[in-house]
Ligand binder design. Structure first.
Ligand code: HEM
Length: 449
C-alpha cells in the first residue's frame, strides 16, 4: 500500500553537479552520513550521480531495511554487478523461486553439526600456516589474511584434497576476478582488468567443473558440503546441474573472500593497538588450550573476551559499512515519503557509532559487550546484515576468527611494525589496513620449552 502522499520527501544533502554526493560516498561514507545525520536526523537524501538515495540510520530504520521483503526493497538490480564476475545468476540476482531453492540446499551447510565439523579443517589449515613461520620474523597481514581465509573456506567447501590441489593459484585467480568488479562502467569494455576477470572466470569454472565431475564419478568417499550439493535435488530436477554447482561454489568463495580477510585484519590490528585488551585475550586463550593444541568446537565457546574484541572490530570497522537496496514501491521512512525507484542505503558504519546506543562510541572498548553493559542489542551491530538475508556464514566466520586469532596468540608474541597501521580504501570503497601491514612475531617462551 502506498504511504500518504502528504508526507515530504527526505531532505537532501547538497552535492556537486552531475555526480551529486557520489565522490564523498565512495571516499568517506561515514563522514558523509555524519554530515547528513547532524543536519537532518536519521533519514536524509543524497544523490549518487543521477540516482536519488535515502540514507537510513539507527536500529529502527535498519530493521525496516533488513526486514522488508524483496518486493518492497529489492536486491536483484543492486547485486547485478556480480553477474559478470560469476558468469551466472546466483542468490539475490536469481528469480525468487531459484533463490529459495538455493537457500534450501546450501544454508544447512552453515548450521548445526556441520559448523562443528569445519572446526577441524580450520584448525588444521591455521596450524599448517603457523608451522611455516619459524621462531621469529615478520609477515604481511594483508597477504596472509587473504590467503588463509580463502584456504579455509575452500577447504570447508571442497574438502582438503581439492583445496590442496588448487594451491596458491586459487587466490590469484580470485584476485583477478575481484579486480573486475565494476559499478559504473559497462562491464564488457575491452579494459585489461575486464580481460583478466574473464580469463580468471573461465579458468576457475574449468577447474571447479573438473572437481565436480570427478566427485560425481567417485561420490562415496566424502561427507562434505560439495557432496551434499551433489546429492541435492534442484527445482524440478533430481540433481543440481554441474554448471550450477560450480556457480554456487564460486559464489560462496567469492562472496566471503574480501569480507572475511578484511574482518580478520581489523580484528588483529585493533587488538595489537590495545595492549590491555591484547593481554586479556592472551590470558584467556592460555587458559583454554595448550600451545601446540588445536582448539575444538567446545573450547571456542570459552573465549568470550576474544569474541568481544572481534565484535568491537566489526562495530568500529565494518567491512560491509553500507548496504543498498532499490525501492520497488513507494514507502515511508520515519516522517518521509520515499518514492519507488530511489536507492535505499543502510548507514551501518554511522549507526554503529551512535552515542545513544554505545557509551563513548569512538573508543575501542570490548567491555561494552559484557553482560552488565550489553550494548549489542538487536540491530545495533549489523556487520553481517539482518532479517531474511542475514549472512549465512556469520557463525562460521565467528569460529574462524577465534581459531585464527586464538592459535596465533597462543603461539606467538605479536606487534605491529607500524603501530599506526594506516588505513586505505580498496577498489570497492572499503577501508582496509594499507598493505603491506607488517606484523612482527616471536615464538612465546613457553612454546619453545
Ligand atoms: C567477515 C566476513 C563476512 C561478512 C562481514 C559478511 C557480511 C554479509 C552481509 C552484510 C550480508 C547481507 C547482505 C545484504 O543484506 O545486502 C551477507 C550475506 C551473505 N553472506 Fe556473508 N559475510 C561474510 C562472510 C561470508 C562467507 C565466508 C560466506 C560463505 C562462505 C558468506 C555467505 C553469504 C551469503 C550466502 C549471503 C546471502 C544471504 C541471503 O541473501 O540469504 N558470507 N554477508
Amino acid at each position: 500500500m502506498n504511504p500518504p502522499a502528504s508526507l515530504p520527501l527526505p531532505p537532501m544533502l547538497p552535492g556537486l553537479p552531475l555526480v551529486g554526493n557520489a565522490i564523498d560516498f565512495r571516499r568517506d561514507a561515514l563522514g558523509l552520513f555524519r554530515k547528513g545525520y547532524q543536519r537532518f536526523g536519521p533519514v536524509f537524501g543524497i544523490r549518487l550521480a543521477r540516482n536519488p538515495a535515502v540514507v537510513l540510520v539507527g536500529p529502527d530504520l535498519l530493521r525496516l531495511f533488513f526486514e522488508s521483503t524483496d518486493t518492497l526493497l529489492s536486491m536483484g538490480e543492486i547485486y547485478s554487478f556480480l553477474e559478470p564476475i560469476l558468469g551466472d545468476k546466483v542468490l539475490f540476482t536469481a528469480p525468487k523461486r531459484e533463490y529459495d531453492e538455493q537457500k534450501r540446499v546450501m544454508l544447512p551447510a552453515f548450521h548445526g553439526k556441520k559448523l562443528r565439523s569445519y572446526v577441524g579443517e580450520m584448525t588444521a589449515e591455521v596450524d599448517e600456516w603457523l608451522d611455516t613461520l619459524g621462531p621469529h620474523g615478520t609477515f604481511d597481514l594483508c597477504e596472509v589474511s587473504q590467503q588463509l581465509t580463502m584456504n579455509v573456506v575452500a577447504r570447508a567447501i571442497l574438502g582438503e584434497p581439492f583445496r590442496r590441489r588448487l594451491g596458491p593459484e586459487l587466490a590469484s585467480l580470485f584476485k583477478d576476478l575481484a579486480g573486475g568488479l565494476e559499478f559504473v562502467l559497462p562491464t564488457n569494455l575491452p579494459l585489461p582488468r575486464f580481460i583478466r576477470r574473464d580469463r580468471a572466470l573461465r579458468k576457475l569454472r574449468e577447474i571447479l567443473g573438473a572437481v565436480v565431475r570427478e566427485r560425481r564419478a567417485n561420490p562415496d568417499a566424502h561427507d562434505d558440503f560439495l557432496q551434499a550439493l551433489l546429492a541435492a535435488s534442484y527445482l524440478d530436477q533430481p540433481t543440481i546441474p554441474d554448471e550450477k554447482v560450480v556457480t554456487f561454489v564460486l559464489g560462496l568463495i567469492f562472496g566471503g573472500r574480501e569480507n572475511t580477510s578484511g574482518h580478520l585484519e581489523w580484528a588483529l590490528v585493533m587488538l595489537l593497538q590495545h595492549p590491555d585488551a591484547l593481554a586479556r585475550a592472551v590470558a584467556e586463550v592460555d587458559g583454554v588450550f595448550g600451545p601446540d593444541e588445536r582448539p575444538d568446537y567446545d573450547s571456542l565457546r570459552s573465549l568470550p573476551w576474544l569474541e568481544a574484541c572481534v565484535k568491537e572490530a566489526e562495530r568500529l570497522r565494518p567491512v560491509t559499512h553500507t548496504l543498498l537496496r532499490l525501492a520497488a514501491q513507494d514507502f515511508t521512512a520515519g516522517d518521509y515519503h520515499v518514492p519507488k525507484g530511489w536507492l535505499v542505503v543502510a548507514g551501518i558504519a554511522l549507526s554503529q557509532r551512535l552515542p545513544a546506543l554505545f557509551r563513548d562510541p569512538e573508543r575501542y572498548d570490548p567491555e561494552r559487550f559484557s553482560p552488565e553493559r550489553d550494548e549489542d542489542k538487536p540491530y545495533h551491530i549489523v556487520g553481517f546484515g539482518g532479517g531474511g538475508h542475514r549472512c549465512w556464514a556469520a557463525a562460521f566466520v565467528n569460529n574462524e576468527m577465534k581459531i585464527m586469532l586464538g592459535m596465533l596468540l597462543r603461539r606467538y608474541e605479536l606487534s605491529l611494525v607500524d603501530p599506526a597501521a594506516p588505513a586505505k580504501l580498496n577498489d570497492i570503497g572499503v577501508l582496509r589496513p594499507a598493505p603491506p601491514c607488517m606484523v612482527r612475531y616471536r615464538r612465546r617462551a613457553a612454546v619453545v620449552a
